[in-house]
Design a protein around this ligand. Structure first.
Ligand code: FMN
Length: 301
């Protein structure tokens, strides 16, 4: 019974949601104006800092073409599209939509698989690649095996080698500590994603709780993104205020896909972007750089 209670209480998605909802917004209407959500990333300009999260296998679990529908939806609203562990055909199909696509590659123990996937991403004109560092272990102390592939923790010096072998921006996903953020920067990462990867560990620190310290340590040295339980423009606003450059939305887009496919993904991202802009309008922030930590107040968590 006690064990069950702990399990329920330790759900990182729930803790993350509760933390997001404990953050409140201070308004500033005097001298305010309509804001721009324009977002610069790796030399390109986007209409929104709200991106799709690195989902995967949806062609199998939902319907054939689900991943390309995400890419189409993202492209339609000027957002960046992310994907996770996809086969080559799916990566190619997403790239063919002309969306700006980021592929998050698993930390394969056989590093040749990782390197080949990076080469494949380059050949297909992907926008950036990344590695989800939070996928190396199972709870019984053995290396994680995903779809038959053994995983292994990433070393800082391996990241530095990857940086040398590709011109694509390299992202480290699954950062929740200043330690990992600093190691990512030391290895040359262009960006990090604060994430517990949909509850991969119970009692994970909510990304927005970790964010201020991480931003203090590495802001300006790499881009900072956040995912996990980001569902609205208000959530995105809070993340950006606390130091994120942009956010990713994952599971809510799967709900949108069920309804109306690419159009619903576009609508979801558009609505979230409008909510973000409205929050910026009401807090006197004309652009994303003006969205500052002082705007956020915290109630008891
Ligand atoms: C169906 C599904 C597949 C996912 N596949 C991957 C993956 O292959 N690589 C990865 O880094 N993250 C993967 N994730 C994690 C998401 O990128 C994201 O970190 C997580 O879902 C939290 O965001 P959310 O709360 O908005 O869903 C997956 C999540 C879901 C729900």
């Amino acid at each position: 019974m006690a064990d069950e209670m702990n399990r329920r209480n330790g759900n990182s998605n729930q803790i993350t949601r509760d933390y997001l909802d404990s953050l409140l917004i201070e308004t500033r209407y005097m001298n305010a104006g309509v804001a721009s959500t324009e977002f610069e990333l790796f030399g390109e300009t986007f209409d929104t800092p709200i991106m799709t999260a690195a989902l995967s296998h949806l062609n199998h679990w939902m319907y054939e073409g689900a991943m390309t529908d995400i890419a189409r939806g993202a492209k339609e609203v000027g957002a960046v599209m992310w994907m996770g562990m996809e086969d080559e055909a799916s990566v190619e199909a997403c790239a063919a939509t002309d969306a700006k696509c980021i592929e998050i590659i698993k930390p394969y123990a056989d590093r040749n698989i990782l390197y080949n996937k990076i080469r494949h991403a380059e050949q297909n004109g992907l926008f950036a690649i990344g590695i989800d560092i939070d996928h190396p272990f199972t709870k019984d102390g053995t290396p994680d095996i995903v779809e038959g592939y053994v995983m292994k923790p990433l070393k800082t010096k391996e990241l530095a080698e990857i940086k040398k072998m590709t011109k694509l921006p390299v992202i480290i996903k699954g950062v929740l500590s200043v330690y990992d953020a600093r190691e990512a920067v030391k290895g040359g990462a262009d960006a990090i994603v604060l994430s517990h990867h949909n509850n991969r560990i119970e009692y994970a620190v909510p990304p927005l709780m970790a964010l201020p310290d991480i931003a203090h340590a590495v802001k300006g040295k790499c881009k900072i993104f956040v995912d996990c339980e980001i569902a609205t423009g208000m959530d995105a606003f809070k993340a950006i205020a606390l130091g994120a450059d942009a956010v990713c939305i994952g599971r809510p887009l799967m709900g949108a896909l069920k309804q109306n496919k690419a159009e619903a993904v576009a609508e979801y991202l558009k609505k979230a972007t409008e909510e973000l802009r409205y929050a910026m309008d009401c807090t006197g922030c004309r652009d994303l750089s003006a969205v500052e930590p002082e705007i956020i107040k915290k109630r008891a968590f």
